[in-house]
Design a protein around this ligand. Sequence first.
Ligand SMILES: Nc1ncnc2c1ncn2[C@@H]1O[C@H](COP(=O)(O)OP(=O)(O)O)[C@@H](O)[C@H]1O
Ligand SMILES: Cc1ncc(COP(=O)(O)OP(=O)(O)O)c(N)n1
Length: 271
Amino acid sequence: MRTCNILSIAGSDPSGGAGIQADLKTFSALGGYGMSVVTALTAQSTVGVTAVQEVPAEFVTRQLDTLLTDAQVDAVKIGMLGSAGVVGAVVKALDSYAPPNVVVDPVMVAKSGDRLLAPEAIAAVRADLLPRADLVTPNLPEAAELLGENERRDLSSMREQAERLLELGAKRVLLKGGHLSGQSSTDLLVTPDGLTETFSAERIPTRNTHGTGCTLSSAIAALRPQRRSYSEAVRDAKDYLTEALRHADELDAGRGKGPVHHFHRWWGSEA
Ligand SMILES: Nc1ncnc2c1ncn2[C@@H]1O[C@H](COP(=O)(O)OP(=O)(O)O)[C@@H](O)[C@H]1O
Ligand SMILES: Cc1ncc(COP(=O)(O)OP(=O)(O)O)c(N)n1
């Protein structure tokens, strides 16, 4: 069987914990062949982001056209886009090349509190990008921003917010509960047929959670072509992330919130 090509359209994180670097590690660990289109450069460590350098939208288009006129991709993970211009460039490419399995992580603010999406670009993500997503994976603050509502902190309000996010046009919504507290970390998958599935994992007691959102969305993109459904891909992606969190304290990548560990040895089974 041909190895699946998985494309990350995202920003660079020199610390290797999030962004393009996390995505490519995840794709490789899960048996995919990773490709990347860089949308922004960040000067970033485990402590925080000190600067962001946008990639001009025209150059994002050039990267996408050059790659997608040559290679067939089996899934796309979209992360940090930075500006409305880059959102527009990505939307245009999705329309031109119609890649399958588009997973959108609507990255807005890093855990360090630094902004990774211009406030004026949120409207373009809502109106133009979400309707082209097979799955959107917001965390709780991102869901609230997309809906123009307050952040919700309980499962039944999360379910209502996920349903309202579906109305914005994404085919499926995985609302992530990593920002809640408690013994478990629970995410909700809502699909237009009215089904809601709960994915719960042990909450790993570590401060090294840099890149959890990037890792989860790229694991789903890598696994979707290898699984029968989004539900199976989310289940296995969350298992992969939970193990990467469990081993995070083995790394020493800086003084702040460290990255998760893309630990290869345990992973090997196919559905
Ligand atoms: N300490 C933890 N233990 C286990 N899973 C976690 C932990 N923190 C976050 N997660 C999981 O990581 C994924 C990303 O969650 P979240 O932190 O909400 O997103 P983001 O990184 O985009 O802010 C979710 O599946 C969430 O349940
Ligand atoms: C370049 C880049 N892209 C995305 C993020 C955000 O990553 P995420 O996994 O959502 O969470 P934190 O890294 O903020 O914990 C980023 N920081 N940098």
